[in-house]
Design a protein around this ligand. Sequence first.
Ligand code: NAD
Length: 358
Amino acid sequence: MENVKKIRVAFAGVGSNTSSTVQTITQAKECNEETQLPGISYMSICGYELKNIDISCAFDVDENKIGIDVASAIFTQPTSCNKFCEVPLQNVSVVPGPLFDGLDGDLGEKVKAHKKCYENDTDDVVRILKETNTDVLVCNLPTGSRNAVRAYALASVMAGVAFVNATPEIVARDPEIEAKFKAYNVPLLGDDLRSHLGATTLHMALIELMKSRGINVTNTYQLNFGGNMDFYNLASPGRSLSKQNSKKNALFAAGIDASKVSAGPNGYVEYLGDTKICYLHLEGDSVLNSNITIELRLEVQDSPNAAGVIVNAIRLAMVARDRNMAGSIDSVSPYLFKSPRFGKTEQEGLRDFVNFIG
Ligand SMILES: NC(=O)c1ccc[n+]([C@@H]2O[C@H](COP(=O)([O-])OP(=O)(O)OC[C@H]3O[C@@H](n4cnc5c(N)ncnc54)[C@H](O)[C@@H]3O)[C@@H](O)[C@H]2O)c1
């Protein structure tokens, strides 16, 4: 019998991103060999099929999610991800993670932390990752939880588990943390997931298109709002700085001076739920100094848009492990993340990703 290549993945944070990712994997498990799921660019990456990703464990701090099966936790309020399919019991109960700054800002008003989360620390995460034979840990914590994200990253190193940082908190770009991953021979992918076809990707592509026509981009902005917990959290003072910086990093990589560009989360609109709306505006100087203006409105479901990239990142992290690669995986991170260690244009990022998977 052919050797099936399995991946055991853990999630830190069982919110919208994790919900959409688990649902995407569930759909893949239910379809036959030939089915190509919509929006999934690769059903198989270097022999790792989407359907062969299994959940090893999941950490959260929400007292309503802890102790219940991941299959239920992914639909527990205040998570607003839509239900796209029935998810069978995973036989994995959500365990309490260390709290640190996970619920700082307004999130603490919506989510009550389980009492164990005040007692647990990084060692508990290391122990659970090892006990559950986890290969890859995906960090889906709220933006602004700098200390919690770094704690999970260090636990990943100590457990020898590849780390995928979906948040904009600095991990891959921190030379000290990156060096630890290298020293312990553990792969690291990050920072700040790009959506599958989201505001950053579209914004970068339009800037690169204008530049390729010799058009000088003179002004641009990117306004984003939505109604999921990510936007709720980002609306708290002090919680969105890393996200704003991360979006600027991506625009710099596309080739413009983004220091004065407004490209942020711009508000929480509760009734939108997991729907995200983005307004893009670009102005440029074209032939004979004539003006050219682009206005664009993008509407997406935020977390499925993230899941399309997370399922690739999980498999690429596993391939990097197999190849004995360590530290930041710079060849694929620019294609998958907004703020990799070394930013690249869309074209360069895609080329390097395709070369990596061969
Ligand atoms: N399209 C997208 O949705 C997208 C794209 C790029 C990046 N991101 C980033 O991904 C991250 C996750 O987004 P989301 O929409 O799933 O957020 P979410 O708010 O829905 O989920 C976060 C979860 O983390 C839990 N949590 C808080 N502190 C914790 C701790 N210390 N340990 C364990 N769990 C903890 C919360 O209880 C919640 O269940 C955010 O940083 C977001 O900015 C999202």
